[in-house]
Write a protein that binds this ligand. Sequence first.
Ligand SMILES: Cc1ncc(COP(=O)(O)O)c(C=O)c1O
Length: 393
Amino acid sequence: MSGRRLIYFDNAATTQKPRQVIEAVRRFYEEHNANVHRGLHTLSQEASELYEEAHEILAKFIGASGMEEVAFLAGTTDALNAVADGWACRNLGPDDRIVTTVLEHHSNMLPWRRAAQRTGAELVYVDVTEDGLLRWDQLENAINERTRLVAITGMSNVTGQIVDVAEVAKLAHEVDAVLVVDGAQAVPHMPVNVRQAGIDFLAFSGHKMLGPTWIGVLYGRRDLLERMAPPRVGGGMIRDVTLDEAEWADLPWRLEAGTPHIAGAAGFAEAAKYLMDLGMEAVREHEKRLTELALRLIEDSLPEEVEIYGPRDVEERGGIVTFNVRGLDPHMTASLLDAFGIAVRSGLHCAHPLHRRIGAAEGTVRASFYVYNTEEEVRTFVDALVEIAETAK
Ligand SMILES: Cc1ncc(COP(=O)(O)O)c(C=O)c1O
């Protein structure tokens, strides 16, 4: 890239794909391509088996009880909208409260705002500190006996802050509220076990964890999914239809109307297997090392020139380093890094309220790491930043 070896630090936006994932997609199209839902011919049987097995693999990946709790939707955004439309709009009313936070990506904010508007429920935002850290005291107060739903991220895509969702689950469950976790950033980067953590609904995307785009998971506790309206209606999700009525198919199929992204499911399952082989603890440790190194090198070499956002302690922070070079527009910084062959993201990262709250309304620059990144790449990145900061003087 730009005549140099690419350093890809835009993993919070989307990840690169291992050969195994690309091969799985190719193999599906070349060797097993047919529609699912168990046609009688051999190819359709193969495609159906592969598709069902992908659900089982993803269920295992997050510790779900079984594949009936795992629906494949288009991604995190789609899954959160499905819960808002299909569960919140059906089960909430004007006496109820939805709690979410200022830390959220728009995908875990706008669906709840719309659900509140439609049902008359009250929507409460838990604030962050000026440094962008979640106000735990406010969260505890906001979750009261009127609260029916708490929607929170497992890891901020801006500050990298990791939220202890098991603790949030305890608060939510004390008042019989349902906990919805936006796992777009947490699930690809650390062990997440829905049953251990007490998560009721979880959304995450394949493309942020080495898999294809336009496929992701909506996990839901079985009893909750049963009380949810299907996000879409049509083919493949019914047991019987008359001109007046329809009987839905079993879970999870009733949540997946239409011909699904079968090749995507094959790639997604391969990505989950790849990560399970590495071990999610190892993935987390690797990213902790890279993040600690990046934070330390930036602090040592650019103490005045660079402002870093989010928690300093890597125990509380995922593999995301968000910053601004003083005197430089974030997009300019990203363009200059691109000239070094380093891909980072600049802007508001679909989190406008959070950026305003931390005094970065013009945006930030985000370097985000994954399994294939190395310490050497982090060093090259900080060296480039030092050169760039020089030009800003
Ligand atoms: C925290 C968070 N939530 C939700 C999303 C939306 O994910 P997708 O675009 O795959 O639906 C993202 C992606 O940027 C994210 O980082």
